[in-house]
Design a protein around this ligand. Structure first.
Ligand code: ADP
Ligand code: MG
Length: 499
């Protein structure tokens, strides 16, 4: 445990410079074995803010070895003691919310007030939630034979590899590391190359409370640093959030080793607005669900909004007005609602979707809000949100995950048609229906093919509620007690024959 207390630093540039260029292995900030680094760029200005350590196979091996060494003692600790340590971590993290919010805003371009500070708060909440669940790691007694004692027990898997994306890096990491740690596993995280700093800081803070080696983090690129983590013989489980394409690669490698994987992949989540819906509430739900404040960079983004013919035009007008009223600007400015996209690659991809949508016959692209005018943001990766109307559910924009501020409002005439369109997707992550009619709502919750279905609201993943997809959206569930038990432990059956 680190004896020197970490003082929160709310100057994200200074903090980035101080911690950049390191992995965290066996309780220590260390440089890459190769000595190499890569640049971390502020997407709002295009300027480099710090370096990150460029991890490879050697660093992964060092981190996994440290985790494997620490695992025996960690697993031998009473579960409630592990839980208490994770709860201590949550309390300590709560003191760093402001600094973490500012740091993640700097590296991702997500607005501080609407997104980044909120994300930092959720991290502490997720740790708190799992810290309290330690005593639920219990088994059963089984009536196998009255002359024997037969029990099951939950045991940790060992070393868990955690691979995360950049869109909500701290939150997605917390939802994986907290249950893994409480269950008695030790962890090696591979951060996303676009956002390595805030998650490193979170791990540094948690290492104030956790024994050395229990939680390690390595930064680097996918094939050079993520793949060796999945392939490492001492890694017994991988939990991944990212694209379908990379998810398949990870699952294939895990399949070769026959280790379990949890995959949280993409989505093309439908939102059905019936003719009797409360339009104001549905519009607010569309803004929240589409994550316009995060430039739509969310796997649950309500990126297909299916609206009944009778209310379609009124809905579109109201939605445009709401998004128009949002302020795009410097992510660190409290007045900003919407920040930037993450990278030039994503920008090119999103602009290509917008161009191809415009070229579709009958399509109309409503551009919303206004680009920021300040000089220092000239190179920023800002994109005006776009609401498309007149597109068909079968077109590319309605089928593929855009991961940008682009939503398609699609007209329907009957409820059955809406359900059919909603389910006509390769994905099945989330879905919502907006109606005042209880019977329709209940029927829809049964028919919608998704892992997370809501009626008349569109809230994000919550600690305590199982979250995850069906179809191409992934394997396994996160955020709940069940997620900890099913995905981070093995169930062992033990029989005592005392004859
Ligand atoms: P994106 O579209 O943002 O690049 P990815 O799914 O490729 O999404 O990335 C999510 C995470 O997966 C990142 O941490 C990335 O470095 C990692 N990753 C990418 N390729 C691989 C790979 N071949 N093996 C393991 N991890 C990878
Ligand atoms: Mg990638």
């Amino acid at each position: 445990m680190n004896p020197q207390p970490l003082v929160p630093d709310t100057d994200p540039h200074r903090l980035a410079a101080a911690i950049g260029g390191h992995h965290l292995i066996a309780g220590q900030l260390v440089r890459a074995a190769s000595g190499k680094t890569f640049a971390v760029v502020n997407p709002a200005t295009g300027r480099e803010v710090a370096n990150a350590a460029l991890g490879d196979n050697d660093d992964i091996h060092r981190a996994v070895s440290a985790a494997a060494r620490a695992q025996i003692a960690w697993a031998a600790m009473p579960a409630r003691k592990r839980g208490a340590l994770v709860s201590d971590c949550a309390r300590l993290l709560a003191e760093h919310v402001e600094e973490l919010g500012r740091l993640v805003a700097l590296e991702t371009g997500k607005a501080l007030r609407t997104e980044s500070r909120v994300e930092a708060g959720v991290v502490a909440d997720a740790l708190q939630f799992y810290g309290g669940l330690a005593s639920e790691l219990k088994g059963e007694s089984v009536p196998f034979n009255p002359e024997m004692l037969t029990v099951t027990q939950r045991e940790p898997i060992g070393v868990v590899g955690v691979i995360i994306p950049w869109n909500a890096p701290m939150m997605l990491m917390a939802l994986k590391i907290a249950p893994a740690l409480v269950a008695g596993n030790t962890v090696v995280v591979k951060s996303a190359e676009e956002a390595p700093l805030a998650v490193l800081r979170v791990c540094q803070i948690l290492n104030q409370k956790l024994p050395a080696g229990v939680l390690n983090i390595v930064s680097g690129f996918g094939p050079e640093c993520g793949a060796p983590l999945v392939a490492h013989p001492q890694v017994g489980k991988v939990t991944f959030t990212g694209s379908v394409e990379t998810g398949r690669i990870v699952a294939r490698m895990a399949g070769e080793k026959l280790i379990p994987v949890t995959l949280e992949l993409g989505g093309k989540s439908p939102m059905i607005v019936m003719g009797d819906a409360d339009i104001d509430k549905a519009v607010n739900g569309a803004v929240a669900g589409m994550r316009f404040t995060r430039q739509g960079q969310s796997c649950t983004a309500a990126s297909r909004i299916l609206v009944h013919d009778a209310v379609h035009d009124a809905f579109v007008t109201a939605l445009k007005a709401r998004v128009d009223a949002m302020t795009m600007g410097d992510p660190l400015d409290e007045a900003t609602d919407i920040g930037t996209l993450i990278s030039r690659t994503q920008l090119a991809k999103v602009l290509d979707y917008i161009e191809s949508g415009r070229a579709m016959p009958g399509a109309k692209a409503l551009e919303c809000s206004a680009l920021p005018a300040q000089d220092h943001l000239r190179q920023g990766l800002f994109v005006r949100p776009v609401i498309f109307t007149g597109l068909d559910n079968g077109c590319r924009l309605a089928r593929e995950e855009i991961f940008g501020p682009v939503t398609c409002v699609i007209r329907f005439r009957s409820y059955d048609e809406a359900i059919a369109m909603a389910n006509d997707s390769a994905y099945g992550l989330a879905a919502t229906i907006w109606t005042r009619d209880l019977k329709t709502a209940l029927d829809a919750t049964r028919r919608l093919q998704a892992g997370f279905v809501q009626v008349n609201q569109n809230i994000v993943v919550q600690p305590g509620l199982s979250y995850g997809g069906i179809k191409q959206s992934g394997l396994g569930r996160e955020a709940s007690l069940e997620a900890m038990l099913e995905h981070f432990t093995h169930k062992k059956t033990v029989i005592f024959n005392m004859n």
